[in-house]
Design a protein around this ligand. Structure first.
Ligand SMILES: CSC[C@H]1O[C@@H](n2cnc3c(O)ncnc32)[C@H](O)[C@@H]1O
Ligand SMILES: [Zn+2]
Length: 446
Protein backbone atom coordinates (compact mmCIF):
# COMPACT_ATOMS: atom_id res chain seq x y z
CA UNK A 1 0.00 0.00 0.00
CA UNK A 2 1.54 3.34 -0.97
CA UNK A 3 1.06 6.69 0.75
CA UNK A 4 -0.97 8.15 -2.11
CA UNK A 5 -3.75 5.59 -1.57
CA UNK A 6 -4.42 6.96 1.93
CA UNK A 7 -7.71 8.91 2.16
CA UNK A 8 -8.34 11.65 4.71
CA UNK A 9 -11.38 11.45 6.99
CA UNK A 10 -12.67 13.75 9.71
CA UNK A 11 -13.93 11.07 12.09
CA UNK A 12 -13.24 7.36 12.53
CA UNK A 13 -15.65 5.45 14.78
CA UNK A 14 -14.31 2.06 15.87
CA UNK A 15 -17.36 0.00 16.79
CA UNK A 16 -17.72 -3.48 18.30
CA UNK A 17 -20.82 -3.94 16.12
CA UNK A 18 -22.36 -2.05 13.22
CA UNK A 19 -25.96 -2.57 12.11
CA UNK A 20 -26.00 -0.72 8.78
CA UNK A 21 -29.73 -1.50 8.11
CA UNK A 22 -28.85 -1.91 4.43
CA UNK A 23 -28.20 -4.71 3.60
CA UNK A 24 -31.13 -5.97 5.67
CA UNK A 25 -30.40 -8.09 8.77
CA UNK A 26 -26.62 -7.48 8.62
CA UNK A 27 -24.62 -7.32 11.86
CA UNK A 28 -20.97 -6.43 11.21
CA UNK A 29 -18.28 -6.92 13.85
CA UNK A 30 -15.14 -4.89 14.63
CA UNK A 31 -15.83 -2.27 12.01
CA UNK A 32 -14.79 1.32 11.41
CA UNK A 33 -17.25 3.96 10.21
CA UNK A 34 -15.48 6.84 8.47
CA UNK A 35 -17.02 10.28 8.14
CA UNK A 36 -15.78 13.02 5.86
CA UNK A 37 -17.60 16.35 6.14
CA UNK A 38 -21.35 15.76 6.22
CA UNK A 39 -21.26 12.28 4.69
CA UNK A 40 -20.30 8.69 5.45
CA UNK A 41 -17.09 7.90 3.58
CA UNK A 42 -16.95 4.16 4.30
CA UNK A 43 -17.94 1.31 6.58
CA UNK A 44 -15.00 -1.09 6.54
CA UNK A 45 -13.07 -3.56 8.67
CA UNK A 46 -10.55 -2.10 11.13
CA UNK A 47 -7.68 -3.52 9.05
CA UNK A 48 -8.96 -1.86 5.91
CA UNK A 49 -9.47 1.40 7.78
CA UNK A 50 -5.87 1.22 9.08
CA UNK A 51 -4.56 0.65 5.58
CA UNK A 52 -6.67 3.14 3.66
CA UNK A 53 -7.73 6.03 5.93
CA UNK A 54 -6.18 8.62 8.22
CA UNK A 55 -8.76 10.33 10.42
CA UNK A 56 -8.37 13.58 12.35
CA UNK A 57 -10.31 12.11 15.27
CA UNK A 58 -10.81 8.49 16.34
CA UNK A 59 -13.56 7.38 18.74
CA UNK A 60 -13.26 3.91 20.25
CA UNK A 61 -16.57 2.28 21.12
CA UNK A 62 -15.58 -1.20 22.35
CA UNK A 63 -18.95 -2.24 23.83
CA UNK A 64 -21.18 -0.38 21.45
CA UNK A 65 -23.41 -0.95 18.47
CA UNK A 66 -23.42 1.77 15.82
CA UNK A 67 -26.44 2.30 13.56
CA UNK A 68 -28.16 5.05 11.58
CA UNK A 69 -29.85 7.83 13.57
CA UNK A 70 -33.51 7.08 14.29
CA UNK A 71 -36.35 8.85 12.48
CA UNK A 72 -39.41 9.72 14.59
CA UNK A 73 -42.11 10.15 11.96
CA UNK A 74 -44.88 11.70 14.06
CA UNK A 75 -45.09 13.98 17.04
CA UNK A 76 -46.12 17.32 18.49
CA UNK A 77 -42.81 18.39 20.03
CA UNK A 78 -43.93 21.30 22.20
CA UNK A 79 -46.61 19.10 23.80
CA UNK A 80 -43.76 17.77 25.95
CA UNK A 81 -44.71 20.65 28.28
CA UNK A 82 -48.09 18.85 28.75
CA UNK A 83 -46.49 15.48 29.62
CA UNK A 84 -48.59 13.81 32.33
CA UNK A 85 -51.18 16.60 32.37
CA UNK A 86 -54.15 14.44 31.32
CA UNK A 87 -53.73 10.67 31.50
CA UNK A 88 -56.02 7.65 31.30
CA UNK A 89 -58.57 9.20 28.95
CA UNK A 90 -59.89 8.30 25.50
CA UNK A 91 -58.85 10.50 22.56
CA UNK A 92 -61.84 12.85 22.23
CA UNK A 93 -62.19 13.48 26.01
CA UNK A 94 -58.43 13.99 26.21
CA UNK A 95 -58.48 16.47 23.32
CA UNK A 96 -61.72 18.36 23.91
CA UNK A 97 -61.81 18.56 27.72
CA UNK A 98 -58.09 18.85 28.51
CA UNK A 99 -55.61 19.40 25.67
CA UNK A 100 -57.44 21.92 23.48
CA UNK A 101 -58.32 24.13 26.49
CA UNK A 102 -54.70 23.95 27.71
CA UNK A 103 -53.45 24.78 24.21
CA UNK A 104 -55.87 27.72 24.06
CA UNK A 105 -54.45 29.02 27.34
CA UNK A 106 -50.73 28.43 26.79
CA UNK A 107 -49.70 27.93 23.15
CA UNK A 108 -47.64 30.98 22.18
CA UNK A 109 -44.24 31.58 20.60
CA UNK A 110 -42.27 31.12 23.87
CA UNK A 111 -44.26 28.00 24.78
CA UNK A 112 -43.47 26.46 21.39
CA UNK A 113 -39.80 27.42 21.66
CA UNK A 114 -39.27 25.93 25.14
CA UNK A 115 -41.46 22.85 24.53
CA UNK A 116 -39.76 22.06 21.25
CA UNK A 117 -36.31 22.36 22.83
CA UNK A 118 -37.40 20.03 25.63
CA UNK A 119 -38.59 17.49 23.04
CA UNK A 120 -35.42 17.82 20.97
CA UNK A 121 -33.28 17.25 24.08
CA UNK A 122 -35.18 14.02 24.84
CA UNK A 123 -35.15 12.83 21.24
CA UNK A 124 -31.44 13.49 20.74
CA UNK A 125 -30.59 11.85 24.06
CA UNK A 126 -32.49 8.69 23.04
CA UNK A 127 -31.16 8.28 19.50
CA UNK A 128 -33.47 10.30 17.24
CA UNK A 129 -31.70 12.43 14.65
CA UNK A 130 -34.71 13.32 12.45
CA UNK A 131 -38.23 14.07 13.67
CA UNK A 132 -41.53 14.90 12.03
CA UNK A 133 -43.55 17.57 13.83
CA UNK A 134 -47.17 18.70 13.47
CA UNK A 135 -47.95 21.66 15.69
CA UNK A 136 -48.49 25.41 15.93
CA UNK A 137 -45.90 28.10 15.04
CA UNK A 138 -44.02 25.81 12.62
CA UNK A 139 -41.69 28.67 11.70
CA UNK A 140 -40.32 28.59 15.27
CA UNK A 141 -39.98 24.79 15.30
CA UNK A 142 -38.12 24.90 11.97
CA UNK A 143 -35.68 27.59 13.14
CA UNK A 144 -35.01 25.83 16.47
CA UNK A 145 -34.39 22.46 14.80
CA UNK A 146 -32.03 24.08 12.33
CA UNK A 147 -30.20 25.97 15.11
CA UNK A 148 -29.87 22.71 17.08
CA UNK A 149 -28.57 20.90 13.99
CA UNK A 150 -31.47 18.40 13.93
CA UNK A 151 -33.28 17.30 10.82
CA UNK A 152 -37.04 17.83 10.92
CA UNK A 153 -40.09 17.56 8.74
CA UNK A 154 -42.19 20.44 10.06
CA UNK A 155 -45.91 20.50 9.18
CA UNK A 156 -47.95 23.67 9.37
CA UNK A 157 -51.35 22.96 10.97
CA UNK A 158 -54.64 23.06 9.09
CA UNK A 159 -57.99 22.97 10.89
CA UNK A 160 -61.49 24.33 10.33
CA UNK A 161 -61.40 26.38 13.54
CA UNK A 162 -59.19 29.14 15.00
CA UNK A 163 -56.13 28.38 17.12
CA UNK A 164 -53.31 30.54 18.48
CA UNK A 165 -51.59 30.25 15.05
CA UNK A 166 -54.46 31.29 12.78
CA UNK A 167 -58.08 32.35 12.42
CA UNK A 168 -59.21 29.58 10.08
CA UNK A 169 -58.34 27.51 6.99
CA UNK A 170 -57.60 30.43 4.64
CA UNK A 171 -55.09 31.95 7.05
CA UNK A 172 -53.45 28.59 7.82
CA UNK A 173 -53.04 27.92 4.09
CA UNK A 174 -51.71 31.42 3.30
CA UNK A 175 -49.19 31.32 6.17
CA UNK A 176 -48.40 27.71 5.31
CA UNK A 177 -47.57 28.55 1.71
CA UNK A 178 -45.13 31.24 2.88
CA UNK A 179 -43.64 28.74 5.31
CA UNK A 180 -43.12 26.18 2.53
CA UNK A 181 -41.46 28.73 0.23
CA UNK A 182 -39.12 29.82 3.03
CA UNK A 183 -37.86 26.35 3.94
CA UNK A 184 -38.28 24.12 0.90
CA UNK A 185 -34.61 24.12 -0.14
CA UNK A 186 -33.14 23.67 3.33
CA UNK A 187 -31.00 20.55 3.88
CA UNK A 188 -32.22 20.14 7.50
CA UNK A 189 -35.85 21.26 7.36
CA UNK A 190 -38.55 19.62 5.24
CA UNK A 191 -41.71 21.75 5.30
CA UNK A 192 -44.99 19.82 5.10
CA UNK A 193 -48.75 20.28 5.27
CA UNK A 194 -50.54 19.05 8.40
CA UNK A 195 -54.33 18.79 8.06
CA UNK A 196 -55.20 17.68 11.58
CA UNK A 197 -57.74 14.90 10.87
CA UNK A 198 -60.76 14.09 8.67
CA UNK A 199 -63.11 15.16 11.48
CA UNK A 200 -61.53 18.62 11.92
CA UNK A 201 -60.87 19.61 8.28
CA UNK A 202 -63.65 19.88 5.71
CA UNK A 203 -63.51 19.07 2.02
CA UNK A 204 -62.69 22.55 0.72
CA UNK A 205 -59.51 23.17 2.76
CA UNK A 206 -58.45 19.55 2.17
CA UNK A 207 -58.79 20.09 -1.60
CA UNK A 208 -56.73 23.30 -1.33
CA UNK A 209 -54.11 21.43 0.72
CA UNK A 210 -53.85 18.79 -2.01
CA UNK A 211 -53.38 21.52 -4.65
CA UNK A 212 -50.66 23.17 -2.53
CA UNK A 213 -48.96 19.82 -1.99
CA UNK A 214 -48.93 19.12 -5.73
CA UNK A 215 -47.79 22.59 -6.80
CA UNK A 216 -44.92 22.70 -4.29
CA UNK A 217 -44.02 19.00 -4.06
CA UNK A 218 -44.66 19.14 -0.31
CA UNK A 219 -45.73 16.08 1.76
CA UNK A 220 -49.00 15.90 3.68
CA UNK A 221 -49.23 14.33 7.13
CA UNK A 222 -52.68 13.64 8.64
CA UNK A 223 -54.10 11.77 11.66
CA UNK A 224 -56.27 9.13 9.99
CA UNK A 225 -58.34 6.23 11.31
CA UNK A 226 -57.18 6.85 14.85
CA UNK A 227 -60.25 5.45 16.65
CA UNK A 228 -63.33 3.31 16.05
CA UNK A 229 -65.59 6.31 16.72
CA UNK A 230 -63.78 8.35 14.03
CA UNK A 231 -64.67 5.66 11.48
CA UNK A 232 -68.23 5.13 12.79
CA UNK A 233 -68.97 8.89 12.89
CA UNK A 234 -67.61 9.36 9.36
CA UNK A 235 -69.79 6.54 8.05
CA UNK A 236 -72.82 8.10 9.73
CA UNK A 237 -72.12 11.66 8.47
CA UNK A 238 -70.76 11.01 4.98
CA UNK A 239 -71.54 7.37 4.22
CA UNK A 240 -67.82 6.88 3.60
CA UNK A 241 -64.93 5.49 5.57
CA UNK A 242 -62.33 8.24 6.27
CA UNK A 243 -59.77 6.53 4.01
CA UNK A 244 -62.29 6.46 1.13
CA UNK A 245 -63.12 10.15 1.61
CA UNK A 246 -59.41 11.05 1.66
CA UNK A 247 -58.82 9.03 -1.53
CA UNK A 248 -61.73 10.77 -3.29
CA UNK A 249 -60.36 14.19 -2.32
CA UNK A 250 -56.93 13.26 -3.67
CA UNK A 251 -55.31 13.39 -0.23
CA UNK A 252 -53.79 9.89 -0.50
CA UNK A 253 -50.61 9.50 -2.53
CA UNK A 254 -46.95 8.47 -2.16
CA UNK A 255 -46.05 11.72 -0.37
CA UNK A 256 -48.92 11.46 2.13
CA UNK A 257 -48.22 10.09 5.60
CA UNK A 258 -51.27 8.56 7.32
CA UNK A 259 -50.76 8.57 11.07
CA UNK A 260 -52.33 5.85 13.29
CA UNK A 261 -54.36 3.74 10.80
CA UNK A 262 -56.33 1.52 13.17
CA UNK A 263 -59.79 -0.05 12.48
CA UNK A 264 -58.58 -1.17 9.05
CA UNK A 265 -60.54 -3.31 6.61
CA UNK A 266 -59.56 -4.73 3.21
CA UNK A 267 -60.87 -1.66 1.33
CA UNK A 268 -58.54 0.61 3.36
CA UNK A 269 -55.55 -1.62 2.60
CA UNK A 270 -56.43 -1.62 -1.10
CA UNK A 271 -56.63 2.19 -1.17
CA UNK A 272 -53.31 2.62 0.64
CA UNK A 273 -51.72 0.14 -1.76
CA UNK A 274 -53.23 1.69 -4.91
CA UNK A 275 -52.21 5.23 -3.94
CA UNK A 276 -48.77 4.36 -2.50
CA UNK A 277 -49.57 6.26 0.72
CA UNK A 278 -47.30 5.95 3.77
CA UNK A 279 -48.43 4.58 7.15
CA UNK A 280 -47.01 6.05 10.36
CA UNK A 281 -47.53 3.65 13.26
CA UNK A 282 -47.76 5.14 16.79
CA UNK A 283 -48.26 2.05 18.96
CA UNK A 284 -47.85 3.57 22.43
CA UNK A 285 -50.24 6.48 21.82
CA UNK A 286 -52.73 4.03 20.28
CA UNK A 287 -52.49 1.84 23.38
CA UNK A 288 -52.55 4.60 25.98
CA UNK A 289 -55.64 6.33 24.55
CA UNK A 290 -57.15 2.88 23.84
CA UNK A 291 -57.55 4.10 20.26
CA UNK A 292 -57.12 0.76 18.53
CA UNK A 293 -54.76 -1.66 16.85
CA UNK A 294 -52.89 -1.22 13.59
CA UNK A 295 -52.38 -4.34 11.41
CA UNK A 296 -48.68 -3.79 10.76
CA UNK A 297 -48.03 -7.26 9.35
CA UNK A 298 -50.92 -6.95 6.86
CA UNK A 299 -49.69 -3.52 5.72
CA UNK A 300 -46.16 -4.80 5.20
CA UNK A 301 -47.36 -7.91 3.36
CA UNK A 302 -49.36 -5.62 1.04
CA UNK A 303 -46.15 -3.71 0.25
CA UNK A 304 -47.25 -0.58 2.17
CA UNK A 305 -44.37 1.27 3.81
CA UNK A 306 -44.80 1.52 7.61
CA UNK A 307 -42.66 3.99 9.56
CA UNK A 308 -42.87 4.71 13.29
CA UNK A 309 -43.66 7.71 15.48
CA UNK A 310 -44.08 8.38 19.17
CA UNK A 311 -46.88 10.99 18.85
CA UNK A 312 -46.61 13.77 21.44
CA UNK A 313 -45.35 13.27 25.00
CA UNK A 314 -48.85 14.12 26.29
CA UNK A 315 -50.22 10.83 24.92
CA UNK A 316 -47.25 8.44 25.14
CA UNK A 317 -45.69 9.78 27.58
CA UNK A 318 -42.11 9.75 26.26
CA UNK A 319 -40.29 10.30 22.99
CA UNK A 320 -37.95 7.30 23.26
CA UNK A 321 -38.10 5.51 19.89
CA UNK A 322 -36.27 2.44 21.23
CA UNK A 323 -39.14 1.90 23.69
CA UNK A 324 -41.58 2.45 20.82
CA UNK A 325 -39.83 -0.25 18.79
CA UNK A 326 -40.17 -2.68 21.66
CA UNK A 327 -43.91 -1.95 21.89
CA UNK A 328 -44.34 -2.06 18.09
CA UNK A 329 -42.70 -5.45 17.82
CA UNK A 330 -44.69 -6.96 20.72
CA UNK A 331 -47.96 -5.49 19.48
CA UNK A 332 -47.46 -6.57 15.86
CA UNK A 333 -46.98 -10.13 17.10
CA UNK A 334 -50.14 -10.25 19.19
CA UNK A 335 -52.27 -8.45 16.56
CA UNK A 336 -51.16 -10.91 13.87
CA UNK A 337 -51.18 -13.87 16.28
CA UNK A 338 -47.72 -14.56 14.91
CA UNK A 339 -44.45 -14.25 16.86
CA UNK A 340 -42.57 -13.66 13.61
CA UNK A 341 -44.78 -10.68 12.61
CA UNK A 342 -42.11 -8.00 13.21
CA UNK A 343 -38.54 -9.10 13.97
CA UNK A 344 -35.98 -6.96 15.78
CA UNK A 345 -34.23 -6.16 12.48
CA UNK A 346 -37.55 -5.28 10.83
CA UNK A 347 -38.42 -2.98 13.73
CA UNK A 348 -35.04 -1.23 13.44
CA UNK A 349 -35.66 -0.77 9.71
CA UNK A 350 -39.03 0.83 10.52
CA UNK A 351 -37.28 3.50 12.61
CA UNK A 352 -34.56 4.16 10.02
CA UNK A 353 -34.82 3.31 6.33
CA UNK A 354 -38.64 3.07 6.35
CA UNK A 355 -38.82 6.53 7.96
CA UNK A 356 -36.43 7.80 5.28
CA UNK A 357 -38.71 6.27 2.62
CA UNK A 358 -41.75 8.00 4.16
CA UNK A 359 -39.86 11.29 3.90
CA UNK A 360 -38.82 10.59 0.30
CA UNK A 361 -35.15 10.72 1.37
CA UNK A 362 -34.07 7.07 1.37
CA UNK A 363 -31.32 7.96 -1.11
CA UNK A 364 -29.48 9.94 1.59
CA UNK A 365 -30.83 8.91 5.02
CA UNK A 366 -31.78 5.75 6.93
CA UNK A 367 -28.76 3.45 6.52
CA UNK A 368 -24.99 3.48 7.00
CA UNK A 369 -23.70 3.43 3.47
CA UNK A 370 -20.88 5.35 1.82
CA UNK A 371 -22.24 8.58 0.34
CA UNK A 372 -25.24 8.89 2.67
CA UNK A 373 -25.49 11.74 5.18
CA UNK A 374 -23.62 11.08 8.42
CA UNK A 375 -26.58 10.74 10.82
CA UNK A 376 -25.18 8.09 13.15
CA UNK A 377 -25.81 6.86 16.70
CA UNK A 378 -23.98 4.56 19.09
CA UNK A 379 -25.64 2.53 21.85
CA UNK A 380 -23.60 1.25 24.79
CA UNK A 381 -24.36 -2.44 25.38
CA UNK A 382 -21.77 -2.75 28.15
CA UNK A 383 -24.08 -2.59 31.16
CA UNK A 384 -24.94 -5.72 33.19
CA UNK A 385 -28.62 -5.57 32.26
CA UNK A 386 -27.61 -6.03 28.61
CA UNK A 387 -25.40 -9.11 29.13
CA UNK A 388 -24.62 -11.40 27.48
CA UNK A 389 -24.82 -10.14 23.90
CA UNK A 390 -25.63 -12.86 21.38
CA UNK A 391 -27.40 -10.52 18.98
CA UNK A 392 -27.13 -6.72 19.30
CA UNK A 393 -30.27 -6.18 17.17
CA UNK A 394 -32.25 -8.23 19.69
CA UNK A 395 -30.93 -6.13 22.57
CA UNK A 396 -31.67 -2.82 20.81
CA UNK A 397 -35.34 -3.73 20.44
CA UNK A 398 -36.12 -6.12 23.30
CA UNK A 399 -33.78 -5.18 26.19
CA UNK A 400 -32.56 -1.68 25.57
CA UNK A 401 -33.62 1.74 26.68
CA UNK A 402 -32.92 4.91 24.70
CA UNK A 403 -30.83 6.26 27.56
CA UNK A 404 -28.11 3.77 26.57
CA UNK A 405 -27.42 5.99 23.53
CA UNK A 406 -23.91 7.26 24.15
CA UNK A 407 -23.09 9.17 20.96
CA UNK A 408 -24.80 10.71 18.00
CA UNK A 409 -23.80 12.75 14.99
CA UNK A 410 -26.05 14.60 12.57
CA UNK A 411 -24.54 15.68 9.26
CA UNK A 412 -21.20 14.62 10.75
CA UNK A 413 -21.57 17.04 13.70
CA UNK A 414 -21.51 15.60 17.26
CA UNK A 415 -24.83 15.95 19.10
CA UNK A 416 -24.40 13.49 21.97
CA UNK A 417 -20.98 12.62 23.38
CA UNK A 418 -20.60 10.19 26.30
CA UNK A 419 -24.35 10.56 26.93
CA UNK A 420 -24.26 14.37 27.08
CA UNK A 421 -25.94 16.82 24.74
CA UNK A 422 -23.37 19.05 23.07
CA UNK A 423 -25.59 21.81 21.71
CA UNK A 424 -28.48 22.28 24.15
CA UNK A 425 -27.97 24.10 27.47
CA UNK A 426 -29.89 21.61 29.63
CA UNK A 427 -29.75 23.48 33.01
CA UNK A 428 -31.08 26.65 31.37
CA UNK A 429 -33.78 24.66 29.55
CA UNK A 430 -34.82 23.00 32.84
CA UNK A 431 -35.34 26.41 34.47
CA UNK A 432 -37.66 27.47 31.64
CA UNK A 433 -39.54 24.14 31.77
CA UNK A 434 -40.08 24.52 35.52
CA UNK A 435 -41.50 28.00 34.90
CA UNK A 436 -44.04 26.58 32.43
CA UNK A 437 -44.94 23.72 34.79
CA UNK A 438 -45.64 26.21 37.61
CA UNK A 439 -47.87 28.34 35.38
CA UNK A 440 -49.74 25.35 33.93
CA UNK A 441 -50.24 23.77 37.38
CA UNK A 442 -51.55 27.05 38.75
CA UNK A 443 -54.01 27.46 35.88
CA UNK A 444 -55.23 23.87 36.23
CA UNK A 445 -55.95 24.24 39.95
CA UNK A 446 -57.51 27.74 39.83
C1 LIG B 1 -52.75 20.24 13.84
S1 LIG B 1 -51.81 20.73 15.25
C2 LIG B 1 -51.86 19.34 16.25
C3 LIG B 1 -53.11 19.16 17.04
O1 LIG B 1 -53.25 17.78 17.21
C4 LIG B 1 -53.53 17.50 18.54
N1 LIG B 1 -53.16 16.11 18.82
C5 LIG B 1 -52.11 15.65 19.50
N2 LIG B 1 -52.11 14.31 19.49
C6 LIG B 1 -53.19 13.94 18.78
C7 LIG B 1 -53.73 12.70 18.41
O2 LIG B 1 -53.18 11.55 18.77
N3 LIG B 1 -54.85 12.68 17.67
C8 LIG B 1 -55.45 13.81 17.30
N4 LIG B 1 -54.99 15.03 17.63
C9 LIG B 1 -53.87 15.09 18.35
C10 LIG B 1 -52.78 18.54 19.29
O3 LIG B 1 -53.21 18.64 20.60
C11 LIG B 1 -53.03 19.76 18.43
O4 LIG B 1 -54.20 20.39 18.78
ZN1 LIG C 1 -50.54 13.09 16.73
Amino acid sequence: MTADTITAADIRINARWVIPIEPANAVLEHQAVLVQGERIAAVVSRDEADARYRAKETIDLPNHVVLPGLINMHGHAAMSLFRGLADDLPLMTWLKDHIWPAEGAFVSEPFIADGTQLAMAEMLRTGTTTFADMYFFPEIVAQLAKDAGMRAQVCFPLLDFPTPWGAGPDEYLAKGEDFIRQWQDDPFIMPAIGPHAPYTVSDEPLTKAVALSRSTGTPIQIHLHETASEVADALEKTGKRPTARMAELGVLGPTTQCVHMTQIDDSDIQLLKDTGAQVIHCPESNLKLASGLSPVKKFREAGINVAIGTDGAASNNDLDLFGELNTASMLAKVVADDATALSAHEALAMATIDGAKALGRAHELGSLQAGKLADIIAVDLGDPFLQPVYDPASHLVYSNHGRQVSHSWINGVPQVQEGRLTRIDVPDLMLRVRGWADRIREQQTS
